[in-house]
Design a binder for this molecule. Sequence first.
Ligand code: NAP
Ligand code: MG
Length: 405
Amino acid sequence: MAKINVKTPIVEIDGDEMTRVMWKMVKEQLLLPYLDMKLEYYDLQLKNRDATDDKVTLESAEAIKKYGVGVKCATITPNKDRVKEYNLKQEWSSPNGTIRAALDGTVFRAPILVKNVLPAVRSWKKPIHIGRHAYGDVYKNCEFRVPEAGKAEITFTSSAGKELFRGTIQDFKGPGIIQGIHNTDKSIASFAKACFTYAYDQKIHLWFGAKDTISKTYDGQFKKIFEEEYQKNWKEKYEAAGLNYVFTLIDDTVARIMKSEGGLLWACKNYDGDVMSDMLGSAYGSLAMMTSVLVSPQGFYEFEASHGTVQKHYYKYLKGEKTSTNPAAIIFAWTGCLRKRGELDGTPQVVDFANKLEAAVVETIEGGVMTGDLIAVANPSPSNKQVNTEEFISEVAKRLKKKLK
Ligand code: NAP
Ligand code: MG
């Protein structure tokens, strides 16, 4: 069979530890035999980020801006232990943070659903995607311990030096705490645009919840900017596609999510997204069944698995032991990237390949062939069989080959 041609180069961002090991297997056994693709390769393994003074990370983000679509392996975010382990020049910052800042993107996550791993919530039939605003709020706060009685105020001075407002936070009668948080219209607007774009692309409804009844100005501004973006750029398109945009209070959203059947994007403010994405991940069964994509307001895409480098499994692998690490989210990062590339290039054969590879993964798991993380949560069945990573990938390869005949 002739290889399928991928028209535009794909930005490939390699990473660390167990995910790097699986990355290579996936490429060699599931992709390169069938695809004729040019890869713009950036090696973000920690040693190389250190050797290049982290320039390679910025270069990879620039490459995504140039070619439009990239796929990224998980990478180590160094802490003190890693600085020692890899003898680093310094504690480099998170590559994901660097790339996100360069692309001004929003991260969307979605579970990979299989019939024999049921979500913890019975009504969920279709994926619930989550979009987390990754800027501001408590993550960029200014907070103080109040040691004694006194008055806490908040002020704003314009760059021209004029005090424009001053408000009392609290007249303290004794010790306590205070916190100042912020967001910007620009960042909220990018977030809104990314959410409307993503939900429209995926043909799913968009729900956004905040607490504008209590936080009339702060959360109220989120609501207002989302509404303006909807009215200006999306209302007609959404109506024509039969999609809804719904704004409700965050507590109402949570209650509705528990009763919904899924098939929607849940847009979350930063803190809500931090908390709720972990809840969704565990409710759907396994960290290794969660995909992630960074979407920039200019329409650049970076696909990845949402889990980390699976360090514990890697140390076993280094000792020569076989590990049963699940490569599903890595495979789906590649298929997400290829599908998007195919859509942008107008090459349906590439989209078709991505669909078939995803189906091969799902059928492997539904056929009972699973890695350890899934065996532990799957419906019990005599045909369930735990396999190691290599065995899992070759089972997927077998099914893929049949589909491509
Ligand atoms: P992790 O790599 O996500 O792994 C946490 C645990 O989840 C694993 O020990 C394993 O549990 C389970 N797990 C995760 N992925 C799995 C898979 N594919 N198959 C089977 N089990 C899986 O998180 P971490 O151990 O906290 O972080 C390790 C490194 O990854 C850190 O250096 C961190 O900086 C980095 N990280 C990178 C990214 C990214 O690049 N996107 C994201 C998060 C973390 P069991 O051990 O119980 O089997
Ligand atoms: Mg979290």
